[in-house]
Design a protein around this ligand. Sequence first.
Ligand SMILES: [Zn+2]
Length: 129
Amino acid sequence: MTTPTVLPTPGRRIARALTLRCPECGASGLFRHWLQLRPRCMRCALRLDRGKPDHFVGAYLVNLILAELLFAGGLGVWLVAVWPAVPWDEIQYVAVAAMLLSPLVTYPFTRTMWLAADLIFDPPKASDR
Ligand SMILES: [Zn+2]
């Protein structure tokens, strides 16, 4: 186990989270697979749920908001690009697929982003390892 001696800056924590690395030490491999976070960072032993059973709820909220924003933004760009000949049938099918897939695609990023945000406002303690 390697514990960072200097706390990372908030920007560094966010940058690490966006690349699916540990916001605390920068190690990769936080996920067993795309949808399953390991219990601890393999380098610094940080508990990735911070020891709180409901830690994931915030990540789900961020995931939902991000998926909705991506959907609304994509739909808006599509409508403006093809207006007034809007292909409503295509939009209907693509929208359903996008709403099903986008939360799955963004899930790991929102988990690490939520962890980074939590670490920024509540820096790690000895009990987090
Ligand atoms: Zn780590």
